[in-house]
Design a protein around this ligand. Structure first.
Ligand code: AMP
Ligand code: MN
Ligand code: MN
Ligand code: MN
Length: 283
């Protein structure tokens, strides 16, 4: 990593393995100087991360990764520089949390039909008080010996067509973008290469995203292969969007990419942090 900035990662407040304090310490040990914590539909780790960041000389960006539904697909929208006290944001996340809990019960029902009992309780034990995600079910299933690792357990149980998959309706893309904007944040379309959209739908999405206030595409992420860096850099340019970079780190053994190892954005990208006060720290 030549530019020591990482704008996407998760703590135990969603489905990461490290507490906010541990995550910040880990980022610092890997040379990250500017870090956004972006838990799924959750901002409760930011205050703790901020205290740790001050101790480690890291500049923390308040972030979140919002789950949204667009044309029956789930998209993830990263919000950067959001106000974690914004009432509309907190209300919306309380609703998402309830929806996630109801979905978790349905996931457990599906797994019970496949002969796996008590998955709700098992996943809840792992998630503690955090939002319940498919990752917690995946960890429970690995612990029970149903697959050897998180990646294979997702394939076998947690994706479309499998017993632990539930089709869930998240907030709309418009609502997610409005929440981010109204709470003072900048919206980034997370890992666009993961959505398996064809050319036409990707173009439709990027037009809508930009027209509704979206600011940047996540070009470099642990979910992309290097050819996708160039592909999405080109699309960012074409749709007049800035570019972001983040590891999407979830903890040891849970991630595609370690912190502090991000390649630079391709030439020609306008970094989403270009006008931020922290930009001067990165030169
Ligand atoms: P949820 O928001 O509860 O649907 O959980 C989504 C989370 O599950 C993502 O943020 C990833 O951390 C994880 N995830 C999704 N798909 C996979 C996969 N194929 N392999 C490993 N982790 C995955
Ligand atoms: Mn996750
Ligand atoms: Mn995501
Ligand atoms: Mn993520």
């Amino acid at each position: 990593m030549t530019v020591p900035i990482d704008l996407h990662c998760h703590s135990t407040m969603s489905d990461g393995l490290l507490s906010p304090e541990e995550l910040v310490a880990h980022a610092a040990s890997k040379g990250v100087r500017v870090l956004a914590l972006t838990d799924h539909d959750e901002v409760s780790g930011l205050a703790r991360a901020r205290v740790a960041a001050e101790q480690h000389g890291i500049h923390l960006i308040d972030g979140v990764e919002i789950s949204a539904t667009w044309k029956k697909r789930t998209l993830h929208i990263v919000g950067l520089r959001v106000n974690p006290q914004h009432p509309a944001l907190l209300e919306a996340f309380a609703r998402v949390r309830e929806g996630r809990d109801a979905r978790a019960r349905q996931i457990a029902e599906g797994l019970a039909k496949a002969g796996i009992a008590n998955a709700y309780e098992g996943a809840r034990e792992i998630s503690g008080n955090s939002v319940m995600t498919r990752s917690h079910f995946a960890q429970f299933l690995v612990k029970q010996g149903h697959a050897k690792n998180i990646k294979s357990v997702f394939k076998k149980y947690m994706v479309k067509g499998k017993p632990g998959y539930v089709n869930h309706e998240w907030m709309s893309l418009q609502e997610a973008l409005t929440l981010i904007k109204d709470s003072g944040g900048q919206a980034v379309l997370a890992h666009p290469g993961r959505y398996d959209l064809g050319f036409v739908n990707m173009h439709l999405l990027l037009n809508e995203f930009r027209d509704q206030g979206g600011v940047a595409l996540e070009v470099v992420t642990g979910s992309h292969q290097p050819p996708q860096y160039a592909q999405f850099a080109k699309l960012a340019h074409r749709f007049d969007l800035k570019a972001s970079q983040g590891s999407d780190y979830h903890g040891p053994g849970m991630s595609y990419m370690e912190m502090g190892r991000l390649p630079d954005l391709p030439a020609g990208c306008v970094p989403v942090w270009q006008d931020w006060p922290e930009a001067s720290l990165l030169q």
